[in-house]
Write a protein that binds this ligand. Structure first.
Ligand SMILES: [Zn+2]
Length: 258
């Protein structure tokens, strides 16, 4: 198994070498590549147009991927050329994934190759059950996409946090103080723990590709599908890092490869 890691971060600091080192320890070969789009797309203008067509404007309506507006395409061009940060825009994660897959050359597509894209873009997937979009930290599949802003925004913060924030109203300074108060219990942008949390999601992507299962019921296993940030932090920072079953699956796979 070879894992290719792509940086679609747009400046946000993620230690890709550390992530690569971690995945190598698990038994995979790893190559850190640069941007996914700059590597595989023929023209960044096409990418900008495609991305603009994946925007979610109404969380209760599935996107139709209509022809985007000029200004939306221009915005994406600026983000792609690093002249602007991708902030506040929500993209359909499944549309993004299938677009990325369409860009992968045939020789890059194999069960022995896992493509892992780390993006700062905010992604959501549409749930047919409650007919609305939900933010995602990861979209499993080919390629697997991990969203750093999704890690911050998708798992819910403690109820008490929302309660207190509602009392404060729209005051950014008060919100910053509130985040400080909750400190270790919540994850924020630029959090030093982000790198370790990404490792857990990368493991989910690896398990999904190797065994067709990504999640675990055990709250202390790194594969636990956390819906709350407190759960996420517990799952990612407990020792041992995997439950006995997942630990042995990974060990057997690693030994078979020797
Ligand atoms: Zn487990």
């Amino acid at each position: 198994m070879k894992i290719f890691i792509y940086d679609e971060q747009g400046g946000e600091a993620v230690n890709f070498q550390e992530l690569a080192h971690y995945l190598k320890e698990k038994g995979a070969r790893v190559e850190v590549r640069g941007g996914f789009f700059s590597r595989f797309a023929h023209s960044l203008d096409d990418v900008a147009k495609s991305l603009a067509g994946m925007r979610i404007f109404d969380p209760t309506r599935k996107i139709a991927q209509e022809e985007p507006l000029y200004g939306e395409v221009k915005y994406e061009q600026r983000v792609l050329s690093s002249k602007a940060k991708a902030g506040g825009v929500l993209y359909d994660g499944i549309a993004l994934q299938s677009y990325m897959r369409s860009l992968l050359p045939r020789q890059e597509v194999s069960l022995e190759k896992l493509h892992l894209v780390i993006t700062s873009r905010m992604i959501a997937t549409f749930d047919e059950g409650d007919r609305r979009y939900h933010l995602r930290a990861i979209v499993l599949g080919y390629p697997a996409i991990i969203s750093t802003s999704g890690i911050v925004e998708a798992p819910a913060k403690p109820r008490e946090f929302y309660l207190q924030r509602r009392l404060l109203g729209e005051d950014p300074l008060a919100e910053a103080q509130l985040k400080q108060k909750f400190g270790q219990k919540i994850l924020d942008y630029g959090d030093v723990r982000m790198g370790d949390v990404i490792k857990g999601y990368a493991l989910q992507a690896l398990f999904y590709q190797l065994f067709g299962e990504a999640f675990c019921e055990d709250k202390r296993c790194r594969l636990y599908n956390a819906h709350w940030q407190e759960e996420l932090i517990e799952a990612q920072f407990s020792q041992p890092e995997l439950c006995p079953r997942h630990e042995s699956m990974l060990k057997q796979w690693k030994e078979k490869r020797r």
